[in-house]
Write a protein that binds this ligand. Structure first.
Ligand SMILES: C[S@@+](CC[C@H](N)C(=O)[O-])C[C@H]1O[C@@H](n2cnc3c(N)ncnc32)[C@H](O)[C@@H]1O
Length: 261
């Protein structure tokens, strides 16, 4: 169930933050010349793989994830979009030595590097796997989406985010790393960093309302026994009522690094 919510949330992220994703994919498309072989690390529901396949018509994509459920969803989306023959999926744990993937022109890692047990080792694997001159793209979240800023409910949402951040830290996730420094340290050059400050104001489309609902429910279910019962109940009530609201916004910050092998 939790994974179903994550799949839907990742798909909605790409749909609702469409302008950011289009901007980012366009940037990568301009940097990745020719007909690249692209490897999507921690590909998840496949939003990056599909967008890159569409942006770069001659490209082939290898989508890697540790979750067979994610890859099954990605495969069905790719087939439905007529992109199935250009996207292969590999189930692998990227914390272990990487499988042989052949020559790679682009490595794309969106919200994936922070999951790596040892980011330095993952970056060293990326460096080894990329061909000289190849492109590394790392996109990370500076903040998870906030939907209730400026409303009477922003306090409980903020407390939820603060506790979720503590939980991620305890779980050993590498949020808020200086990926620019890490990339340089791994031997990459021409490191470029771009910050994306996303602020969508009402009225929002229906997909954004659903994105808020799924995100708030995921937050609530991840915080069992970590927030007071009154906050958990409030989050549930807010999630159940988002469809009738006209005061939701979407605020989140992302940073993207591009670098050359
Ligand atoms: C937050 S999701 C991001 C998915 C996708 N890149 C996106 O931007 O929507 C992180 C993904 O990394 C995968 N993942 C986490 N640890 C992994 C590992 N050690 N090896 C391979 N995949 C991993 C998860 O299964 C999940 O699908």
């Amino acid at each position: 169930m939790a994974h179903d919510h994550l799949i839907e949330m990742l798909d909605l992220d790409a749909e609702v933050l469409h302008d950011y994703h289009r901007d980012l994919i366009g940037w990568v498309g301009r940097e990745a010349v020719g007909t690249p072989h692209i490897v999507d690390l921690g590909a998840g529901s496949g939003t990056g793989s599909l967008a890159l396949a569409r942006e770069l018509p001659g490209s082939t994509i290898t989508a890697i994830d540790v979750s067979s459920q994610m890859l099954a969803h990605l495969r069905s989306r790719a087939d439905a979009a007529g992109l199935g023959d250009r996207i292969r999926t590999i189930e692998a744990d990227l914390d272990l030595p990487w499988p042989d993937l052949g020559p790679i022109d682009v490595i794309w890692a969106a919200s994936a590097m922070h999951h790596m047990a040892d980011p330095a080792r993952a970056l060293a694997s990326a460096f080894d796997a990329l061909r000289p001159g190849g492109l590394l793209v790392i996109a990370e979240l500076d903040s998870f989406p906030h939907f209730l800023a400026g409303t009477a409910d922003e306090g409980v949402e903020n407390r939820g985010h603060a506790e979720a951040a503590r939980r991620r830290q305890e779980a050993g996730l590498h949020m808020h790393e200086n990926w620019g420094d890490r990339i340089t340290h791994a031997g990459f050059t021409a490191v470029t960093e771009r910050k994306f400050d996303i602020d969508l104001r009402p009225p929002l489309p229906a997909a954004a309302t659903r994105y808020a609902e799924v995100s708030l429910l995921r937050m609530r279910h991840g915080l069992d026994e970590r927030l007071p019962p009154s906050d958990l109940a409030a989050l549930e009530k807010i999630a159940a009522g988002v469809a009738g609201r006209d005061d939701l916004s979407v605020r989140t910050e992302r940073t993207v690094w591009l670098a050359r092998r």
